[in-house]
Design a protein around this ligand. Sequence first.
Ligand SMILES: [Zn+2]
Length: 197
Amino acid sequence: MTGKGHRLTGLGAAFIAAAIAKTAGLDVFLQTASALVAAFSTSLPDWLEIPYYRKGVRTGSLLKHRTYTHWPWLWVGLIYWAFSIKGPEGAAMIGAATGALTHILADAPNPMGIPWIHPRQRIRFGKKGWWRSGRYETVLVSLFTVFGVWVWVQVNPDNPFAKALTQISKESVKQINLALQPQVQNFITHLSSYIIF
Ligand SMILES: [Zn+2]
């Protein structure tokens, strides 16, 4: 994923961080703080490598690219730790870790892969990875945003905004069903006209 793509996943990350913060027992103010930190942490794993640039192009980094800072378990551990720390520090940790994990997940399908097990050993999906960095960004960002909002709605079922969203999605599913039903019926009739029983 490109830098812009990573930044755009911040919206989905914010909703997920707010949901995790609520699960950790943090109040609404700290849930919002977590969300804000997450929104701005989706490039954190690349920045923490202390990159150096020549004429605006990244030429290397102090930490080897996509190693320790891209090791998911470091960030999962940070979230786990935040649950016992709570308070503003816990909120910040949840936000930063959620943003970082979002970044790592978005990097994972690329040919370079990410270090799933050993922090210095990158593993790719399949022989060449699933897709190159920069592909399918609009789809990925949209899916991630929908997923983030969905997670948040699950954790906040009584929130008026969540209730409205649930209502809207139920209503849309109903409308889509209604619109599709005659077409499906036609299609089945069409198919069965070719089949001789
Ligand atoms: Zn990265």
